[in-house]
Design a protein around this ligand. Structure first.
Ligand code: ZN
Length: 232
């Protein structure tokens, strides 16, 4: 799979200014993808991460870059390194507390604005050309969000919806791009509360209905309405 690293390299520069849409450095990629994995509950606070070599292979970047990124995350308190036989690199048990100190509403808003444009573009790109069945998985996520009541589960499903939407309309490379935006957002602001996700889910359903009948303008309106809920 071609991922963001393969698409946007090279990496290793020390430029800390992260512009929305620019490819991430290796260190940013590691941070955002680990944050996204925590949101998607594929790894939990206190869990051991895969070895740096394995992570590097999964992310398409070198092991040394991954090691450096993990060290930086240990210094920030996001990860813990433990020595000995059962040692390794672990997601910090107090991950949520550490992350909340990193929140940056201004940067989160700027990424939101970019994410909105990305989704409007994807909807315009895909409207009228979405094959039957392509949206089935997304419909299932909407149904799951309608019945879920656990906050972490709702936040997980909300992230999955936007990743799968990016893939359904733009392919696997655009999914990686969306993963970068969402992963960075996980570090910049709190997970959306249940009431927000439930309201957004009305617009998820609306978007799928309009995409299903190839109605471009109403589909774009649903995307915009969804982002307004998030911003309010
Ligand atoms: Zn959503």
């Amino acid at each position: 799979m071609v991922n963001a690293a393969g698409k946007f390299g090279p990496y290793g520069g020390g430029d800390a200014r992260v512009l929305p849409g620019r490819g991430p450095t290796g260190a940013e990629l590691v941070r955002s993808r680990i944050a996204l994995r925590v949101r998607l509950k594929s790894v939990a606070p206190g869990d051991r991460l895969p070895d740096a070599g394995v992570l590097g292979e999964e992310l398409g970047i070198g092991e040394i870059t991954v090691r450096r990124a993990l060290e930086g995350m240990c210094q920030d308190g996001l990860l813990d390194r433990r020595r000995g036989r059962s040692g390794g690199t672990f997601v910090a048990a107090d991950w949520d507390t550490v992350v909340s100190a990193m929140h940056d509403p201004a940067q989160a808003a700027s990424l939101d604005a970019f994410h909105l444009l990305l989704e409007c573009g994807l909807v315009a790109h895909g409207a009228g050309e979405v094959p039957a069945g392509r949206l089935d998985g997304l419909h299932t996520l909407v149904e799951e969000m309608n019945v879920a009541d656990d906050g972490a589960r709702l936040a997980e499903l909300e992230a999955r919806f936007h990743l799968d939407l990016a893939e359904a309309l733009g392919g696997t490379e655009i999914r990686e791009f969306a993963a970068d935006l969402l992963g960075r957002q996980c570090l910049l602001r709190p997970a959306p509360p249940p009431a927000v996700v439930r309201e957004q889910n009305r617009y998820h359903a609306e978007l799928l209905t309009e995409l299903g009948r190839g109605a471009l303008d109403p589909a774009v309106r649903a995307v915009k309405s969804h982002h307004q809920v998030r911003g309010s």
